[in-house]
Design a protein around this ligand. Sequence first.
Ligand code: SAM
Length: 253
Amino acid sequence: MEKDKLLFYNEYEQFYEMAEKSIAFQKFCFDSFGQDFSQDGFSDIEQIDMILPYIPAKEDVHILDVGCGNGKMLGYLQKKTGAFIHGFDYSQKAITNARTQFTQKAEFNVGIIGEIEYPDNFFDMVVSMDTMYFSKDMSAFAGQIKRWLKPDGVLFVGYQEGELVPRTIDENTTQLAKALKNNGMSFEAKNITKQTYDLLKKKRETAIIHKAEFENEGSIQWFDMLMMQTECAEGSYQQFEKEMARYIYVARK
Ligand SMILES: C[S@@+](CC[C@H](N)C(=O)[O-])C[C@H]1O[C@@H](n2cnc3c(N)ncnc32)[C@H](O)[C@@H]1O
């Protein structure tokens, strides 16, 4: 598959180039999300800390992050747990950066969701924050992840409806819920739509605080992108909730 034909490929190459250089964006991430993981989405530190209890407290634990970007979220999880971290992303820029920053007990690959392969029964945990939607066939990809997980392994997913996939009724009707059920995987899901609305408002306020720094750096287009991304939280929560939903899924084989 030619990467530049994939959704947002060129945009993400530019995004990770900016994320590496822009001090304004690094400050924006820290102030909005509680940590700078170069987030392009909704993963604040509260959501990432929800992963920690599922990482087994033992030697030789392996975690995979699907669409890991520049690896900063994995770096945080490694710092907290000592786990061996694995990540893949289609962005060459992001993976080059990850490989430079994280060199101990770490493996980063350039790879495409649905195409890259890992050994069966290998991972204690697979994390996918806002990346399941990039698979051409979510059910087939969930099946792949199921194979990669150890028998007691856990899949942790941050999943947003209303942008790349349409809003459905609830956590049991999403494309992801269907994909998990198709593969016989059990799951629990937590609805965090209200927290996400609040986070988007905070992102908007924080971006405005840092606007002059974006301007001075010559990276005002990324400020504009943040304004566009957070416009959906300008109205009431009741309106937002009609169009958007966010869930955290914890699934098992
Ligand atoms: C919405 S961002 C989420 C990034 C990060 N997980 C986070 O929570 O901030 C989507 C990520 O998936 C990567 N990505 C998008 N489509 C992909 C694909 N088809 N194969 C591999 N990676 C992809 C992007 O480069 C980007 O890092």
